[in-house]
Ligand binder design. Structure first.
Ligand code: SF4
Length: 372
């Protein structure tokens, strides 16, 4: 094992070999949780604000104009985020995704990306740095982000019809064309392939499925359908609003036959398919009907420095106070923080029905706070 790594004991080579057989990219020093899932992906929410009010994430009636969002002084600084990432890269993290709220609203976000691109894993590899955005500011920022070292981008776009789009984003002024322009410019900037995430709701945008398919076939972009999830406590989630992935696949296949892609990549949330006629790749994220907790290698960091080990967590661990404790070295922090993951046993989506029907679940954290 590489001597520069802190003397954190990792008695799990047997467990690691299982993942190596599954060609899961686990570094020798990856920390494993109670279900032997390696920590290799950190999603970082850089602020809790957004310029959209998507009812499935940030309903306007809750996040109204007088809602008090986090003050700038309470946000982790870029240096603090970079230090956390450096330490987590020693615990196995290889993939970073910047999220929010809307990450492009965070001032000088490109400066953070520049710092993160300098971090190397113990095996000397650069981190895979991506960003998820609602696309409203992408046209202005795409080239700056690419120049700063961003590797990939995911854009949320739930409809092409302006009326349906505004229902899905809870806002009137911004049009789907603004997002499409941003996607085109991101393409020109070289942020390819661009993933396009579409949350599908029975009563609002299911009629948009085929027009989205037509729009992104043969473009190199990867359209992904997301089952509507019971994230947080404010989106009045209703199972009747969910369109199961299999139903969407059957619907698309009537017009465009698909082929499932065999993908053993652990930690990937989307099931990958492709069009039989060469129209490109398409994906499905099915947290409701096909939970993927057994391969979940993701931790989430909130803008004020709390670590959450599941999207449906109710409690987070405060990294910031540790970070600001002058007596703790990076080595100490790595030891303390590795224990958070080692104790992890989250699998909410696998037991959603039980939790929702038979127990009185704690208030879940809001997705807009920890990034989807
Ligand atoms: S429900 Fe939690 S454990 Fe399961 S895949 Fe989602 S984030 Fe991971």
């Amino acid at each position: 094992m590489n001597q520069s790594i802190f003397p954190i004991n990792f008695p799990h080579s047997k467990k690691l070999s299982k993942y190596k057989r599954l060609n899961v990219s686990v570094l020798d020093h990856s920390v494993l949780d109670k279900k032997s899932r390696p920590l290799n992906y950190l999603r970082i929410s850089v602020l809790d604000q957004c310029n959209f009010r998507c009812p499935h994430c940030m309903p306007d009636e809750i996040f109204h104009k007088n809602y008090i969002f986090m003050k700038n002084e309470n946000l982790l600084s870029f240096n603090e985020i970079a230090r956390i990432v450096r330490i987590f890269s020693k615990l196995g993290v290889q993939k970073i995704r910047l999220t929010g709220g809307e990450p492009l609203l965070r001032k000088n976000i490109q400066e953070l990306i520049k710092v993160l691109t300098c971090i190397r894993t113990p095996s000397g590899k650069p981190l895979d740095i991506g960003l998820t955005t609602n696309g409203s500011l992408l046209a202005q920022k795409a080239f700056i982000l690419k120049k700063a070292g961003l590797r990939n981008i995911t854009v949320s776009l739930d409809a092409l019809d302006p009326k349906i789009f505004s229902k899905m984003i809870g806002k009137q002024k911004i049009t789907p064309q603004t997002i499409l322009n941003g996607i085109e410019i991101a393409k020109k900037a070289g942020l390819m392939p661009i993933k396009i995430n579409m949350v599908v709701r029975h009563s609002i945008n299911k009629t948009e499925i085929l027009s989205m398919v037509k729009k992104f076939r043969h473009t190199g972009n990867i359209l992904r359908f997301i089952e509507y999830m019971d994230v947080g406590n404010t989106n009045n989630w209703d199972l009747n609003e969910v369109i199961p992935t299999q139903e969407i696949i059957n619907f698309i296949e009537k017009k465009y036959p698909l082929i499932a892609l065999n993908d053993s990549n652990m930690g990937r949330v989307a099931k990958r398919w492709k069009y039989k006629d060469g129209g490109g790749e398409i994906g499905f994220i099915s947290s409701i009907t096909d939970a993927f907790c057994s391969g979940c290698t993701r931790a989430r960091l909130s803008p004020d420095g709390k670590l959450f080990t599941c999207l449906f967590s109710s409690k987070g661990y405060d990294l910031r106070s540790d970070l600001r404790n002058q007596n703790l070295s990076d080595e100490d922090l790595a030891n303390i923080w590795s224990k958070i993951w080692k104790l992890r046993q989250d699998n909410y989506s696998e037991k959603r029905n039980v939790i929702r029907n038979f127990s009185n679940p704690d208030q879940k954290i809001e997705m807009s706070y920890i990034g989807g």
